[in-house]
Design a protein around this ligand. Structure first.
Ligand SMILES: [Ca+2]
Ligand SMILES: [Ca+2]
Length: 364
């Protein structure tokens, strides 16, 4: 099963307003280039939650990259079943062996988007959804402020991926040219090329734009970037949708207090002490009465349960969780520590609690 992680600076080249390049070659399908597609994949998982399609990958496409590092080839097709009505497909040759007969090929065929590369060839396949611009450049407002949360009824992207040698899928959500957010999904190596489903919460994207992250209720463009590594991996993606996944919904201390059956673990370590689920539920039930150690513990318990349930904390939240543990570990014994206004650690504890509270209560 693939796992998810974040990475800074893994954004597709970004908007390139004003640059016009000829479209890449759009040529006929060469079946010998097709990556092996697992026969055992079933669509049953798709029917379980309400989803909205980003692209059915019904409209076929085929792009060959020039075997020159840094060169991008592209084509755009009208794709009625894709969000925004058009799919801009680009292949960028990133490096590696150039002596192979076949370099980097991107294609959409049999409801699957794939990048197929020769041995040792590094490349990325970009799928850009930015409306009917007939250009591989990203029109950052081409989707006209689309609410991908659909009024809060969708809170995550879901996709099925596979790669023979391992690869990454970077997702960039643009609000406009200066507000965008990124997430990175790592696709584990699987020689059998069997698809795994990955769900990634909107709230766990990393703000990456010069003026901040994207508002997912006002989206201008979506970019999915499938990149292999130096080994020349093949990678495929299908079933690209938005969905509602409760793991990325409410995860406040109150939620966890009232839903003991939803707890993914039976104990947690806060600071230097491990507490049982019963002790933690008692902690959540007790009034804070201004005790900063309890105020912090409320949010730390919720944050750790949210991570255990499948949230992907951005590095700032990972740091906040570590800082909370470090602060709590500075007290002897077990919670509560009766941290009043005169304790010099109080301000930091309250500030971290506030940071974790924002993580525990996602905006979407
Ligand atoms: Ca377009
Ligand atoms: Ca475009």
């Amino acid at each position: 099963m693939a796992v998810s992680r974040f990475s800074l600076g893994r954004v597709f080249e970004g908007p390139r307003a004003g640059r016009k390049k000829p479209y890449g070659r759009e040529v006929g399908m060469k079946t010998r280039l097709l990556a092996p597609i697992a026969a055992g994949f079933v669509l049953a998982a798709m029917a379980q939650a309400q989803t909205t399609t980003i692209d059915t990958f019904e409209t076929k496409q085929f792009v060959i990259a020039d075997l020159t590092p840094g060169v991008t080839n592209s084509c755009c097709v009208v794709a009625p079943a894709a969000i925004g009505g058009e799919r801009d497909l680009c292949v960028r040759h990133a490096g590696g062996a150039v002596a192979t007969l076949v370099g980097d090929v991107g294609y959409v065929f049999t409801n699957t988007a794939s990048l197929s590369c020769g041995l040792g060839v590094e490349a990325c396949l970009h799928l850009v959804y930015d409306g009917l611009d007939n250009s591989r450049d990203i029109n950052c407002t081409g989707l006209n402020g689309l609410d991908v949360t659909e009024g809060g009824t969708r809170n995550a992207f879901q996709l099925s991926t596979t790669s023979d040698l391992g690869a990454n899928v970077a997702i960039t959500v643009y609000q406009d040219a200066t507000h965008y957010s990124v997430a990175m999904v790592t696709v584990a190596a699987d020689p059998t090329f069997t698809f795994s489903e990955v769900t990634f919460g909107f709230a766990d994207f990393m703000p990456a734009g010069p003026e901040g992250g994207a508002d997912f209720t006002r989206v201008g463009a979506l970019v999915f970037e499938l990149c292999n590594g130096p080994g020349g991996a093949d990678i495929s993606m299908k079933n690209l949708v938005t969905t509602y996944d409760p793991r990325f919904g409410d995860g406040s201390p109150g939620y966890w207090q009232n839903h003991p059956d939803a707890w993914p673990v039976d104990e947690l370590t806060l600071g230097a002490v491990t507490y049982s689920k019963e002790e933690l539920l008692a902690l959540l039930a007790q009034p804070a009465n201004g005790d900063a150690s309890v105020i912090l513990a409320y949010q730390l318990v919720a944050a750790k349960l949210n991570v255990a349930r499948g949230r992907n904390p951005i590095p700032a939240i990972q740091d906040a969780i570590a800082a909370a543990d470090s602060l709590l570990a500075s007290f002897p014994g077990s919670l509560p520590f009766a941290v009043g206004k005169k304790d010099p650690r109080r301000a930091a504890m309250v500030a971290i609690a506030s940071q974790l509270a924002a993580f525990n209560t996602p905006p979407y």
